[in-house]
Design a protein around this ligand. Structure first.
Ligand SMILES: Nc1ncnc2c1ncn2[C@@H]1O[C@H](COP(=O)(O)OP(=O)(O)OP(=O)(O)O)[C@@H](O)[C@H]1O
Length: 461
């Protein structure tokens, strides 16, 4: 859907008109869906109360009783509020249950708060501690970390103050241990890789939801046969690397099988779907702004961890969601690799240099931030040329001062303008064309945290 008019000029109230994907009109007051009569009444109140919104609206054709009424644009705020609450069915205000995974295409097994995020190419430092890989040629290899590098990560402000609606980390994460399963057990748990248990398809292969004999639900990623050649030499070294990752915002690798014709990854299962599904409104209640901020913060923390972890490992999380090991050379700050990423997230400097650096992740993160705010995909093929590339479209709107038009039209709240500006500022900094202009992930996380504090303050007012 597309916002065609929107204004926050009248205090904290705003009205919006957009179209659903089926071309139907959608009317909003303060982010709540209302009927067209209420919407048009709200516009009249704007006019009556002398709230100047003409910069945003120009003139509006209000469709009432099949006749088009062009309204001059002045309005009233208090009444508008009343109208909004009267005419809007109250949505379920219960906090969302935990664990939406931002699972992403082309990504780094990066999962936060239950949403797998798209296309990050994170480098990691070699841990001082070593992951244990107990390899039994006839069974699934189990992986576990002896120690994590969480203590290297700066104290996270993430959990304070707790918010009832936040996307919490997976409650299971802390108790998930490495698994020792053989191929037969995994075949049974996936009902012989039954189509009915398929939950997704990525560059690596097909993903299944599987229930183990002890009741634990896991995700099983089964490599496509066509990838076997490229996986043959890299599979175990990449697993070794992934095994060391232990962070609450990253999907935990529990084990793998490398046997005969099968390359399988067994990971933590993240319930509640992907970020994309939530942004598309396919998972019930639309994410509120606080939840979006928390998702962004969680992803930033996961990436910061990966970047700090990569100090000497010189590894790249890329391609089929797999980490690539580069030569361990302490001077090396990037890795050259052929990457397969999802359209729209890839650092444009990669096209010139064929090198990925942590700043490539920062770029991808900037694109993700825009996605979180606007709910648009990085590339919207069905939009007009002017709107197709979300980064360009958003940057133009931002420069025109029309930031409110960038907000996901389905979001049920009016976000404070300053907060929105800061969020967009940060997204554009991250997605700067030149790497040196981008902040590092740690600073991004800190800035997001400060933005969230501002947001909470503004929401209390
Ligand atoms: N651990 C998981 N828990 C729940 N669902 C998952 C999990 N991993 C993957 N999925 C589902 O499977 C889909 C494909 O995931 P996968 O990681 O294979 O690919 P991707 O990240 O979408 O893309 P790419 O292969 O380019 O990285 C996801 O979009 C998600 O719907």
């Amino acid at each position: 859907s597309e916002v065609v008019l929107q204004s926050k000029d009248c205090g904290s109230d705003w009205v919006a008109h957009s179209y659903s994907s089926h071309g139907q009109d959608l009317f909003y007051i303060n982010g709540n869906v209302v009927n067209k009569v209420a919407f048009c009444e709200a516009l009249k109140l704007y006019i009556a109360k002398g709230c100047d919104v003409k910069d945003y609206f120009g003139s509006v054709k209000c469709v009432m009783d099949d006749s088009f009424v062009t309204l001059p644009l002045k309005a009233g705020r208090k009444l508008l509020k009343d109208l909004s609450s009267e005419s809007t069915p109250q949505r379920d205000s219960k906090p969302m249950s935990s664990n939406v995974v931002v699972i992403g295409a082309g990504g780094a097994l990066l999962v936060c708060c239950a949403v797998l995020c798209p296309c990050f190419y994170a480098k990691r430092r070699k841990a001082t501690s070593h992951a244990v890989l107990s390899k039994d040629p006839n069974s699934m290899d189990s992986v576990s970390s002896e120690a994590s590098v969480n203590d290297k990560i700066p104290a996270s402000p993430l959990r304070v103050p707790p918010s009832p609606s936040r996307f919490s980390m997976s409650p299971k994460l802390t108790r998930l241990q490495s698994l020792h399963l053989n191929l037969n057990q995994v075949t049974r748990a996936t009902q012989n890789f039954s189509e009915t248990l398929q939950i997704g398809e990525g560059g690596f292969g097909t993903v299944y939801k599987a229930k183990l004999e002890d009741g634990l639900v896991v995700a099983v990623k089964r490599a496509k046969k066509e990838h076997f050649d490229s996986l043959r030499t890299e599979f175990s070294s990449e697993i070794e690397l992934l095994a060391k990752i232990d962070h609450r915002n990253l999907v935990k690798l529990l084990g793998y099988i490398d046997k005969g014709n099968e390359r399988l990854l067994i990971t933590e299962f993240v319930p509640n779907g992907t970020l994309r599904e939530h942004l598309d409104g396919m998972r019930g209640k639309i994410l509120d702004f606080n939840q979006r901020l928390e998702i962004a913060i969680d992803v930033a923390h996961g990436l910061t961890y990966l970047h700090l972890y990569a100090e000497s490992m010189r590894a790249k999380v890329a391609d089929f969601g797999f980490a690539r090991l580069g030569p361990v050379n302490t001077d090396q700050t990037h890795i050259s690799t052929k990457v397969k990423g999802t359209v729209g997230y890839l650092d444009p400097e990669y096209m010139k240099t064929y090198q990925l650096t942590p700043k490539s992740d920062v770029y991808s993160f900037g694109i993700l931030l825009l996605e979180i705010v606007t709910a648009r995909r990085p590339v919207e093929l069905k939009k007009t040329v002017a709107e197709r590339v979300t980064l360009r479209w958003a940057f133009r709107k931002y420069n025109e001062g029309s930031v409110v038009e960038l907000v996901d039209p389905l979001m049920e709240e009016a976000v404070n303008g300053d907060v929105l500006m800061k969020m967009l500022d940060l997204a554009f900094q991250c997605a700067a064309p030149i790497r040196t202009d981008r902040p590092d992930m740690k600073s991004v996380g800190e800035q997001l945290w400060a933005i969230r504090a501002d947001y909470l303050k503004s929401a209390r007012r």
